[in-house]
Design a binder for this molecule. Structure first.
Ligand SMILES: *Cc1c(COP(=O)(O)O)cnc(C)c1O
Length: 302
């Protein structure tokens, strides 16, 4: 499956061209990179005879929504282990979890400390006692099979045409697949949506190439955090291009790309491909949070 590369029509200096790969339009409900990451996991789960998927995520997780959607479409029961016991009583306020529920996902809410230890063998054993046999997909969906799926994002033409490929990072599975399939002369840049510089080590577990670097300057205070300037950027970018970006990943990446272009980070005549990894389902949830704080909302309706 291939998605469209759309040229971004904003004025850029030094003959630089910027394109965006619309992976957000790859699948109506299993959005963007989550489709790529789940693909071979679902094939394997089917082959190995599982009929239940279990995974982990936060309250507004794109991954949780995607696993629920995939379960419904491909005939798996789904269980979402969700961070934060308090969320259970506030389900109706949460568009992401509502979507997952409508797609048949069952939830298991756990406190934040237990969530931190969710990969411990003892905890997994407890989950098996509760839910029986299941195919386990890690938080964010990153494993070898996910990276393999993300190796299919770039086309042969993309590998030749673009000097730089940019992608947002959460657990760094997507960028790892992109690096593995990138062209010799391309530079792949990962924009971290989290505070701290630890994803390079994760990437090195999955790749052997060296044509990549990470940028940790555009996390806006950390995972899921936004600023007024970021929201303003998203709304302006939409007004100019009609391309919706999500506030957690692709919006921060695009803010970073435009800022770096304006600061002459990219050589003249660079041809940059930004990956739109999707995540638009998270906008409604972010707006409920912004609304409570009396902040400007993400508005893509004109
Ligand atoms: C999950 C997600 C990412 C991060 O992907 P990783 O493989 O975890 O780095 C990026 N963009 C969007 C929209 C996502 O939903």
């Amino acid at each position: 499956m291939e998605s469209v590369n759309q040229k971004i029509d904003i004025i850029l200096p030094n003959g630089i061209e910027l394109f965006i790969k619309r992976e957000d339009q790859l699948h109506p409900i299993i959005s963007g990179n989550k489709y790529r990451k789940l693909k071979y996991n679902l094939v394997t789960a089917k082959e190995e005879g599982y009929n239940k998927l279990l995974t982990f995520g936060g309250a507004y997780s794109n991954h949780i929504a995607a696993v629920a959607g995939a379960g419904k479409e491909y005939g798996f029961e789904t269980i979402g282990v969700i961070r934060g016991e308090e969320i259970e009583d506030k389900l109706q306020d949460n568009p992401s979890l509502n979507f997952a529920k409508q797609n048949g996902m069952n939830f298991h809410f756990i406190d934040r400390t237990s969530y931190q230890n969710k990969t411990d063998e003892a905890f997994i054993t407890t989950l098996h006692k509760l839910f029986g046999d299941f195919y386990l997909i890690p938080e964010g969906g990153t494993n070898d099979l996910a990276v393999k799926g993300c190796e299919e994002i770039l086309t042969e033409t993309d590998k030749l045409k673009f000097s730089h490929v940019c992608c947002a990072m959460g657990t760094a599975g997507t960028i790892s697949g992109i690096i593995n399939s990138s062209g010799e002369k391309q530079q792949v840049i990962g924009f971290s949506s989290l505070k701290g510089d630890f994803l390079s080590d994760v990437i090195r577990n999955f790749v052997t190439k060296e044509n990549w670097n990470t940028n940790c300057d555009y996390h806006f205070g950390g995972y899921g955090k936004v600023s007024d300037a970021l929201i303003q950027f998203l709304n302006d970018f939409y007004r100019k291009t009609k391309i919706p970006l999500d506030p957690v990943y692709t919006g921060k990446m695009m803010f970073g790309i435009v800022d770096l272009i304006e600061n002459d980070y990219f050589p003249p005549h660079s041809k940059i491909l930004a990956i739109h990894t999707g995540g638009l389902q998270g906008i409604a949830g972010m707006n409920t949070i912004l609304e409570k704080k009396n902040k400007k909302l993400i508005a893509y309706n004109d």
